[in-house]
Design a protein around this ligand. Structure first.
Ligand SMILES: Cc1cc2nc3c(=O)[nH]c(=O)nc-3n(C[C@H](O)[C@H](O)[C@H](O)COP(=O)(O)O)c2cc1C
Length: 244
């Protein structure tokens, strides 16, 4: 595999997130669209939890290790996970009113539940392959990096425990979109440990690997639009400027 490099759209996205909300740059709201079994588009709002790096999710500059992969937390029984397990493509759309920028990230998606840590499936998707040393984008040499410190288990745990009790309850509960059942077990009665156990079973990260990014900037007098495409054979990004 060729050296992985920082994607040219990544600093633009980090800056737009910072400009939008400097006091909370560890999450950003986006819309993610998937395709259902009848080939219909399905879109919903999610919180983007950050770029993978240093075993944690960050949308800012703090990481030593970084990647171009983004993560979203969700319920393993939600329709979007079902859709992505049959068709693993999605488009993640960010709109930042303060900087007048739109980012449309066309992505390949991997579903990462805790359960995957104990199955062979986890070995097929090696996140370490996508991680690079942030200070040495161009000189990146895997042999010299401490990428072994990057663990999927730490990543899942840090994302899981970053959620509030309210969200742990949501993960503990039945499939989103299923009928309300007044006889369902009262989640409020669960002890903290039971709550963690239940919610971990239904918790998963969607790992988004962008392959094309359509960037629109409406801030300047002449609007700008660029398409960034990943050439997978050379692992390099090609930028094409197009009519907005
Ligand atoms: C501001 C906001 C943030 C949301 N963040 C998430 C999220 O991070 N993950 C998630 O699964 N659902 C999130 N939701 C709920 C989804 O929009 C959606 O209703 C739910 O996930 C079910 O989607 P699905 O039926 O398409 O799977 C959020 C909703 C709002 C309004």
């Amino acid at each position: 595999m060729n050296k992985i490099k920082i994607a040219p759209w990544k600093p633009l996205l980090e800056k737009a997130i910072f400009t939008e909300n400097a006091s909370n740059i560890n999450s950003a709201t986006a819309t993610i669209a998937t395709v259902d079994s009848e080939n219909k588009p399905r879109a919903r709002v999610v919180v983007c939890r950050g770029f993978l790096g240093n075993s944690e999710l960050k949308l800012n500059e703090e990481n030593t290790l970084s990647s171009n992969l983004l993560a979203v937390s969700t319920h393993l029984s939600s329709p979007k996970v079902f859709q992505l397990s049959s068709n693993n493509v999605a488009e993640l759309v960010f709109w930042f009113p303060k900087s007048s920028e739109e980012f449309r990230l066309n992505c390949k998606v991997s579903i990462l539940p805790f359960e995957s840590l104990s199955t062979n499936e986890a070995q097929n998707f090696d996140i370490k392959e996508f991680v690079f040393l942030k200070q040495e984008y161009e000189q990146f040499n895997k042999a010299n990096t401490n990428i072994d410190e990057f663990s999927k288990e730490t990543l899942l745990n840090s994302a899981f425990f970053a959620h509030s009790t309210g969200l742990h309850r949501w993960f503990s509960g039945p499939a989103p979109g299923s009928l309300l059942d007044s006889n369902a077990q009262d989640i409020a009665q669960l002890t903290d440990n039971e709550l963690f156990e239940h919610s971990k079973k239904n918790f998963c990260l969607l790992i988004l690997n962008p392959t094309t990014v359509d960037y629109v900037n409406l801030a300047s007098r002449t609007h700008k639009r660029s398409i960034y495409s990943l050439d997978t054979s050379s692992n390099s990004w090609v930028q094409t400027n197009v009519v907005p």
